[in-house]
Design a protein around this ligand. Structure first.
Ligand SMILES: [Fe+2]
Ligand SMILES: [Fe+2]
Length: 165
């Protein structure tokens, strides 16, 4: 994609998520690591952007995909702290993220809520029930692979990603 076109797409993405990026709760994700050196905030922004690009390409609801992607891991506790959640992190954190997302965004719609709750499927029991939930589910897995494989920090990926102010 030509650089000017990429800049326009990235500006459209930031337009959808900038109110959330300014929130204390989303910025709090910078405190927690997700994959190696990648923070929960970096991972969530990556997932949000990839889900937005998938939805845009497919003609789906880009805003819902971007917002749900950004909030899908908004659990705001240290996953290593066994007192922070009752059971399996795999099952618990989408529920905690959805609870926090609903508090942060009273206008969260059913597609966004389902995308957050089901992003661990098929490891978790809840199935994606919208196209946007599928976009977030696929984006989460793709981004996790790129982060674990240390591809996320490469210049090529970093140049492609939008840079919030
Ligand atoms: Fe997650
Ligand atoms: Fe995730």
């Amino acid at each position: 994609m030509p650089r000017n076109d990429l800049a326009l797409v990235n500006a459209a993405f930031l337009d959808q998520v900038s109110p959330l990026l300014d929130s204390r709760e989303v910025n709090e994700m910078k405190r927690w690591r997700r994959h190696f050196t990648v923070t929960c905030y970096e991972h969530s922004l990556f997932v949000s952007y990839v889900a937005f690009r998938i939805a845009r390409r497919m003609g789906w609801d880009c805003r819902a995909a971007a917002r749900a992607g950004l909030l899908h891991d908004l659990y705001l506790y240290d996953p290593a702290d066994r007192t922070a959640h009752p059971g399996s992190q795999c099952l618990d954190h989408p529920v905690a993220a959805l609870r926090n997302a609903r508090e942060l965004c009273p206008d969260l719609d059913s597609k966004e809520a389902n995308a957050i709750l089901t992003h661990m499927w098929p490891l978790a029991v809840h199935m994606p029930r919208s196209r946007e939930a599928i976009a977030v589910n696929l984006a989460d897995k793709l981004c996790a692979i790129l982060e674990v494989a240390c591809i996320y920090r490469t210049r090529r990926v970093q140049r492609w990603l939008p840079q919030p102010c």
